[in-house]
Design a protein around this ligand. Sequence first.
Ligand code: F6P
Length: 358
Amino acid sequence: MKKRIGILTSGGDCPGLNATIRGVAKALYQRMDNNVEIIGIANGYSGLINGDYRVMQPYEFSGILTVGGTILGTKRTPFKLMRVIGDDEVDKVSAMKKNYKEMKLDCLLCLGGNGTHKTANLLSEEGLHVIGLPKTIDNDIYGTDVTFGFHTAVDIATESIDRVHTTAGSHSRCMVVELMGNKAGWLTLYAGIAGGADIILIPELPYNIENVCAAITKRAEQGKNFSILAVAEGVYDVEEAKMKKKERAAKRAEQGITTATHRIAHQIEEMTGFETRFCVPGHMQRGGSPSPYDRVLATQFGTYAAKLVEEEIYGVTVAMNNNQVVANRLEDIAGKSRLVPEDHGMIHVARRMGLCLG
Ligand code: F6P
């Protein structure tokens, strides 16, 4: 009997999804020869809910190592709505279980971030055979040192910082670069250090605008005519840190802003006199070809998932621990996220370099 393996990509895309899909597929065909059939499920859990899937052919996994995005398509299907029956009256969990059965799957591989893993765990609790694979440029999946997509995003974000560096110097300006990361500051911290930012602001460390401006003024006193700020999109200041999410959003709406970045730019101009610009690389950070690092990581993770399939180890997700690829139980990691700890080595590096962290 052929094994039938379903595969889906859910949540925001990132470079390395196709490389991982390829790693899984090639290793499965290699290990099981003709005894495996791969079913591609379209647009994440949405395709599983709606029965949008097809049997894929081995040739479809060739030539995709370097291709960004996902050949399967993806969609955000929020975990918190999985058990909520909406206007369409579809019971999403029952529909996913029904389609899993109809597809005659032996196992379902779910490539995604935190939300995807919560739903993967829910399906596993419901008795389906599920294996997760950790993707996200945010690098915030609990239990793994790294996720695929992260290092490519660091490369892109670093290049953005490099490019504003030269224009900041030419114009004697402050440049504020807003990087992705609503809750986790890994991307901003790594790209900030790699790009030589002078000030790095991350959501885990609420900032004080006085400290930020003091750092800029101090640099000016040392004859430095520009400053570069790497700012995570989810940052907030020490006052906002005391507020609930809704209260913070209401205050920002009053101020006519959504993210802190342009408020920071405005405050810097007012308080230091430095002409200041902000720029937002946005989804460029998630686009394009994966870096060689991510291609290798994706292949390590994908081939390991194939091994788990063959050994029938389910209810787990692939992870990297101290340079070893391992499997973590979904129930141990779902619903937790991995944020930058205050005493993380990279925070110490930044402080030793004299960078301002807000
Ligand atoms: O989770 C990845 C991520 O890129 C976050 O860094 C960012 O806040 C979010 O997705 C953006 O989501 P969307 O693509 O839905 O706008």
